[in-house]
Design a protein around this ligand. Structure first.
Ligand code: J2J
Length: 533
């Protein structure tokens, strides 16, 4: 299967971006060169590169022995535990394609991924943050036409423990997958009724990982704290855990991202860099400021990356001094393009821009509503194409016709301005999405659920400003004339009961008689947002 047009693929290979190396082969490389070096620290456990590599082999062989074939999909819903990488690299080595679900996903999302991807297996923890993922797996199995086999990290309950999938030591994985083939399915932040899956291959992903590791100056001495959910594109690849493995460094997994946990881990494990969303960065900074000199020793921390949502200049100014490290802004997307401020950038650029693209061959266009290019300094729609930006969502031809231009540029839905130095400043968003402190909510997905409520005539879900998260979600609801007025909490409970992830439950519900319209009969979300202030 060609994920990229053949001539583009040939160009990226000739340019040296695509090397043909597989993502799991970097683990193999370090296992051979420095077998005893620690790759992952998870609470009290340490796995060396040799151990991670051997585990990936055993899991790859075990998947094959269990009948999982190259190209088969599995849904990976594991939190920040070492087994996340055992399963991820094991699957990749077997040519099995993981769908990168988040721990916060619930029945609606997981069942959809399983059904849409025709997943053969589902990987879950036993419990995470007080929630029983085995119960979730059982509910999913009851709703999906071809129920996946469930493998549990921890107490398996009625399912198989992950250990059952590990072939005996020394077992060989099946043949080598093709670096250009579909390797895994990343999740889109989304702006449509159903989440979209993003087909990533070894060639394009490893390029973004390798180049990110170079830009962030990672070495074998780097220690990366993974505080965001490991499956998310930012902590996975920018340069994140994979970039750290690429450099031969060490990944420290934070069981939760709270300031208490994270700052203690930075001190204990001598963490050198980490990547977080703006609200977390501010919470950590506040905790460090409050603790003062008596707090955890953060002197090892060299780089704090902040991305996923807009960081205000005021917040940006505070972070470096509070945590005693350098700040880097990261503006990326699971579809591809990632921008970084650079070590050589002046302070103003680091504080006021969201960085510039990884690759000299990232094509960036800023256009008006009619796809006409705009001059630098003028905000417009960001379109992009390049050696690691996908050319379409997986199995979504109709949506792709809208989300990509005819010549393959991805319509990011972001409104940006380009500076004279080629840095991008995120000015806003044209896509129908709420960015809740880095967690993306597709308005339409929540609207579709609320429309099924018997009292609801019409609904519009929009972003409203929030001091802490940047944005929160507000559902404007028009009730049926004959309906009893439900309480806002009942509508929130309705969304939760429909099986959506908690972060998609509207933060606020407002009842209105009508929506403002744009003049051509469309609901004006802009006016709705303005009325919330
Ligand atoms: C404003 N908006 C931002 C930023 C992302 C690295 C970093 C982040 C992501 C990510 C990622 C932003 N300022 N600094 O995948 O590799 C918004 C934009 C963008 C969308 C993508 C990575 N950084 N955003 O956040 O796929 O709207 O990826 O299009 O989750 O987040 O979301 P997602």
């Amino acid at each position: 299967m060609n994920l990229y047009p053949p001539e583009a693929a040939a160009r990226h290979r000739a340019a040296g971006y695509w090397t043909g190396e597989l993502l799991d082969e970097m683990v193999r490389r370090h296992a051979a060169a420095t077998p005893g070096r620690i790759a992952v620290t998870d609470r009290e456990r340490q796995w060396s590169y040799a151990e991670l590599d051997a585990r990936a082999d055993r899991l790859a062989a075990g998947m094959a022995a269990r009948g999982l074939r190259r190209g088969d999909r599995v849904v990976l819903q594991l939190p920040n535990v070492a087994e996340f990488f055992e399963v991820f690299f094991g699957a990749l080595r077997a040519g099995v394609v993981p769908v990168m679900a988040l721990p916060a996903h619930r029945r609606a999302e997981i069942a959809y991924f399983c059904a849409f991807a025709e997943a053969r297996a589902l990987f879950v923890p036993d419990r995470h943050e007080g929630f029983d993922h085995r119960e979730l797996a059982a509910e999913v199995r009851a709703t999906v036409p071809q129920p996946p086999e469930v493998f549990v990290v921890g107490d398996p309950g009625p399912f198989a423990p992950l250990a059952e999938l590990r072939a005996p030591a020394g077992a060989l994985p099946p043949g080598r997958p093709d670096p250009g083939d579909l390797a895994f399915l990343q999740l889109s932040g989304g702006s449509t009724g159903l989440p979209k899956l993003i087909p990533r291959c070894h060639d394009d992903y490893l390029y973004s990982v390798r180049a990110s590791a170079e830009i962030c100056e990672l070495t074998a001495d780097s220690v990366y704290l993974c505080a965001l959910p490991a499956a998310h594109n930012f902590p996975l690849s920018s340069p994140g855990t994979l970039g750290t493995f690429f450099a031969g460094g060490r990944v420290v997994l934070a069981p939760d991202p709270s300031p208490a946990t994270a700052l203690a881990l930075i001190a204990r494990e001598r963490v050198t860099l980490t990547g977080v969303v703006p609200p977390l960065a501010l919470a950590w900074a506040a905790a460090a400021e409050a603790a003062g000199d008596g707090g955890p020793d953060l002197s090892s921390l060299e780089l704090l990356q902040v991305g996923g949502a807009k960081l205000s200049e005021e917040a940006a100014r505070r972070l470096g001094p509070a945590l005693g490290c350098r700040l880097q802004q990261v503006f990326g997307m699971a579809e591809g393009l990632v921008n970084y401020t650079r070590p050589e950038d002046d302070e103003h650029t680091v504080l006021t821009t969201q960085g510039r693209p990884i690759s000299p061959d990232d094509e960036v266009r800023v256009v008006d509503d009619h796809d006409r290019d705009l001059p630098d300094g003028t905000p417009g729609h960001l379109l992009t194409r390049g050696p690691y930006t996908v050319r379409g969502y997986w199995r979504a031809p109709e949506h792709n016709a809208r989300a990509f231009t005819a010549d393959g540029f991805y319509r990011t839905g972001d409104i940006v301005r380009r500076t004279a130095t080629g840095h991008l400043v995120v000015e806003g968003r044209a896509k129908d999405q709420i960015n809740r402190g880095g967690e993306k909510v597709a308005a339409e997905e929540v609207e579709n659920v609320l429309l099924a409520h018997p009292a609801v005539h019409d609904v519009s879900v929009v972003a409203v400003p929030d001091e802490f998260l940047g944005e929160r979600s507000c559902a404007y609801v028009i009730l049926r004339p004959d309906a009893d007025r439900p309480r806002p909490v009942e509508l929130k409970a309705f969304v939760r009961a429909a099986g959506l992830a908690g972060f998609k439950v509207p933060d606020r519900v407002e009842f209105v008689d009508a929506f403002p319209s744009t003049g051509i009969g469309k609901v004006s979300k802009k006016d709705l947002r303005a009325s919330a202030n």
